[in-house]
Design a protein around this ligand. Structure first.
Ligand code: AMP
Ligand code: GLY
Length: 447
């Protein structure tokens, strides 16, 4: 009998997860619960239910009515709301951690305190404040720094000295603003280096890495402009990155293993799902910037398009009760190919209001993407008409035997999205990657 699988999520990452589910053998029946319709996911699903990610009754009711025997949660919002816990109570195994374990993403203060308490390597110097008491003194001694609000901010909440503020007074103003809206602010030493994302399958204490990916958060070519949810990403055929050694990668996996272990020691919570470490390689060593309790968007598209092992086999071993090591017994393989993802976004996405350009229409047309693949993100679709929203529209994936080929295919694919859109043509190019490598070499030399 075919397995009935529920996907909770509506992002481009969810579109890639839906594809991976459908590729599994025997072909399962996919049901999707989405906050807003994603036409890519809807096209793959047998049945779709639209509803809020805080409506636990509606989600569990939908899962039960469709006879789901497995659920995969795509994004942080349902995880934060306890959707994984609710589905588990309904006896449906879930790929996605419970509310308690999701704190690794939802509370930077929780993660930093946990790492400090158990001496986990890779934590930048940091201090958490719940009130303004002592912040001024701390800032005076610990500039340059970054200021991090607690809670989910869509990747846009972190304020970096030199970019968002310069003086102690400006930092104090930002801290006051953060503490007016959030329970804590974390003040962290400002690091310099190259960032990468490491996504791992995780079942209890077992952590299995996927190929590392480099993400591009800045809106404009040459890493200029404001931080966005991400403008694109790449991965390499050797499953390393041009500035990253196998040793660095092993260290990153080790840090994530320690984190799920100390999470268990501290809370009794077993982490089951995808764990994503946002790391920075610095001259003095590897540092962890953030944890996400889910795949990255678009990093999921990079790695899932390379996955050779049956995705549902992996999901079943993740949800296996307690930590009996089933995930360790699987031979998880990825194709030795390069991937480049470029996000096509509304032309005004991530720009300051004074730089907005007038657009005639928000309707986009989709042409043939050639060898590239398209993944829908935030678009509004009614019958055959597709409209832009204020967020990222379509992720374009290029895959090839090397980065040059993957980049060429992705770049060509972006031309298939016609309308008032933009993308970063430099993502995955040899010139940008060489700049990253030179940056790392320079930092290591001046250490
Ligand atoms: P996060 O949400 O913690 O990943 O932060 C978003 C972005 O802010 C990161 O991708 C980095 O570019 C930057 N960032 C975060 N923490 C630091 C840090 N300690 N030093 C320098 N930049 C940082
Ligand atoms: N690409 C960054 C994220 O998914 O959080």
């Amino acid at each position: 009998m075919n397995e009935n699988v529920l996907l909770v999520g509506n992002s481009a990452r969810g579109h890639a997860i839906a594809e991976a589910i459908i590729r599994s053998k025997p072909t399962p029946v996919l049901f999707a619960y989405m906050k807003a319709n994603n036409p890519g996911i809807a096209a793959l699903a047998d049945k779709v239910q639209i509803g809020g990610y805080d409506d636990l009754k509606k989600i569990t009711g939908f899962a039960r009515s469709q006879g789901a025997s497995l659920a995969v949660i795509d994004s942080e919002e349902p995880l934060k709301n306890g959707v994984a816990d609710a589905l588990e109570i309904a006896r449906i195994p879930v790929v996605g951690p419970g509310q308690l374990e999701t704190q690794l993403e939802t509370s930077k203060a929780f993660t930093r305190e946990l790492m400090k308490q158990y001496n986990v390597a890779g934590s930048p110097k940091s201090k958490t404040f719940r009130t303004m008491d002592g912040i001024e003194e701390y800032l005076k001694e610990n500039m340059p720094c970054v200021l991090k609000p607690d809670g989910l901010t869509g990747g846009k909440g972190v304020m970096v000295q030199g970019e968002h503020f310069n003086t102690v007074d400006e930092a104090l103003g930002i801290c006051l603003d953060i503490l007016t809206h959030r329970p804590t602010v974390v003040i962290e030493e400002k690091l310099e280096g190259e960032e990468f994302s490491l996504q791992c399958f995780c079942s209890g204490l077992i952590v299995v890495p996927m190929p590392p990916v480099q993400d591009h958060k800045r809106r404009l070519i040459g890493d200029q402009g404001l931080n966005t949810g991400s403008m694109g990403s790449y991965s390499c055929p050797d499953h390393l990155l041009p500035f990253l050694t196998q040793d660095d990668l092993n260290q990153a996996v080790d840090i994530l293993e320690q984190i799920v272990l100390v999470l268990y020691l501290e809370t009794g919570g077993y982490y089951r799902g995808i764990i994503y470490g946002g790391f920075m390689l610095t001259a003095p060593g590897l540092k962890l910037l953030e944890i996400n309790a889910r795949f990255g968007d678009p990093e999921a598209i990079n790695v899932l398009s390379l996955l050779e092992t049956d995705f549902l086999d992996i999901c079943r071993s993740i949800t296996c009760p307690r930590n009996y090591g089933k995930l360790n017994q699987l031979d998880i393989r990825f194709k030795p190919l390069a991937t480049v993802v470029k996000y096509v976004v509304p032309v005004n996405y991530g720009l300051p209001k004074n730089q907005y350009v007038q657009t005639a229409s928000d309707v986009i047309q989709l042409d043939n993407p050639g060898e590239a693949r398209l993944y829908y993100s935030s678009v509004a679709s009614k019958r055959t008409v597709i409209r832009l929203t204020s967020s990222r529209a379509v992720a374009v994936l290029g895959t090839g035997s090397d980065l040059a080929e993957a980049e060429r295919i992705a770049e060509q694919g972006t031309r298939a999205v016609i309308g008032a859109v933009d993308h970063r043509s430099d993502i995955g190019t040899a010139a940008l990657i060489a700049k990253r490598v030179r940056h790392m070499e320079k930092l290591k030399k001046t250490k």
